[in-house]
Ligand binder design. Sequence first.
Ligand SMILES: Cc1cc2nc3c(=O)[nH]c(=O)nc-3n(C[C@H](O)[C@H](O)[C@H](O)COP(=O)(O)OP(=O)(O)OC[C@H]3O[C@@H](n4cnc5c(N)ncnc54)[C@H](O)[C@@H]3O)c2cc1C
Length: 468
Amino acid sequence: MLNPADTTFAERLTQAGIKTRDATPAYTHELRGKFVGKSTIVALPNSTDEVSRVVRLCNDARVGLIPFGGGTGLVAGQVAPEGPPPLILSLERLNTVRAIYPDENTLVTEAGVTLSNLHAAAAEADRLFPLSYASKDSALIGSALAVNSGGLNVLRYGTARELCLGVEAVMPNGDILHGLKRLRKDNTGYDLRNLLIGSEGTLGVITAAALKLYPQPAQTATAFFAVRDPAAALQLLTLFRERAVDAVSAFELLSGQSFAFLTESHPDLRQPFETPPLWAVLTELGTGPGIDPDALMADTFEAALEAGVATDARLAQSGQQRAEFWAVRETLPEANRHIGAIASHDIALPLVEVPGFLDEAAQALPKLFEMRINAFGHLGDGNLHYNIFPPQGATKEAYKDRAAEATRLVHDLAMARGGTFSAEHGVGRAKTGDLQRYGDPAKLAAMRAIKQALDPNGIMNPGAVLPL
Ligand SMILES: Cc1cc2nc3c(=O)[nH]c(=O)nc-3n(C[C@H](O)[C@H](O)[C@H](O)COP(=O)(O)OP(=O)(O)OC[C@H]3O[C@@H](n4cnc5c(N)ncnc54)[C@H](O)[C@@H]3O)c2cc1C
């Protein structure tokens, strides 16, 4: 692979009218500080046509490239510490919402629009774009599709994949795939949209997408429930589903350790319970006109108390309190960073396996070394962020040689129960070893064949998903 900083190549980019800059740490340093990419240059195209020109130049000159969004990815898909430095192809200037079709409940957007800006654009048309998570102000929709992000509302609305009707993309040879159809039915051969979604920039650059919108819920109710254990949390989910059916949009699990970390890192943050419970659930109901979600919430709490499933609850009494409740959940990643994780995991399990996994892991892991565990996440989707921290007073650096064995055990236990080692963050470069270890051989062979067929020169995000 040629270095993109090679003067002839850099000149070709300039001659093609492509704006470039030197990569600052914002482009090369992953947020958790675990991976640092090599010094390189950034191409800043401002149209699909310009993206196509950049990719074609890279393919002709054998220059590797990394499609780059907001840089918030958690598996190092966007930074390359190993191998020749690739060109960073930033989508940040493709930041226009092209059109909104409220009567169809669809929207067409360029890849560089942040999730927050999509929420605002949809809300202006009295619609909801439901894909949301704590990094929503920086994460771009093109990357959210590239990693098939999940987040807080998957339970009701699905992952990024399920919200996408069509994509426009630049293929590894520079060809533009014109797939922006706003159709809910289109059975016309291989589904390249679904191949590109989740491919983490290894098969093409997503430049625009046609997305699904939903009606804004007329009313919302948000509440924290204290539960004795994760099994009770799942019983609570069943109670909600029986009563509220499709109205449950979020069902987030927090552990007692989550609250303790928040107290330690953000002492001024308002917490819902005076005494932190052993486990808690943050849930939200969104209903259409005529159905009172507060009454539904209160009614479910009563049933949960009676059944011994919940021990306490706090219902948000105002918009401000609702925001405070969500701030508790959304500050958690920052609190974890403040404490300093030895190892973080993004696993998913079949719902009924979650309590058993949590019990088994809590028994097995501390046999490796003394640790604190913060297990939390999108329980409604069976998705846990299972993070391991040093004991009080110790630093993560002192345990850096033990991280791999802890991760191996967490992933082994999850896989043994029919789970996955990556639920919503992708494989990136951090989990290529896991994919090789746990991946189905027929799937891995098909993946390698697809990569070779579409990207024979291996220029697209080299070393991500499939090892170099
Ligand atoms: C505090 C915090 C909370 C988070 N919570 C969640 C959560 O709840 N759920 C969740 O799913 N994720 C979560 N994430 C992870 C992350 O924010 C998402 O994966 C996000 O979608 C990445 O977007 P980005 O624009 O920052 O992508 P980047 O980090 O820039 O890129 C991510 C990957 O996508 C590829 N890529 C980028 N743009 C394109 C493109 N246009 N075409 C093809 N490939 C491309 C990159 O090469 C890279 O492999 C969280 C992250 C943080 C920091």
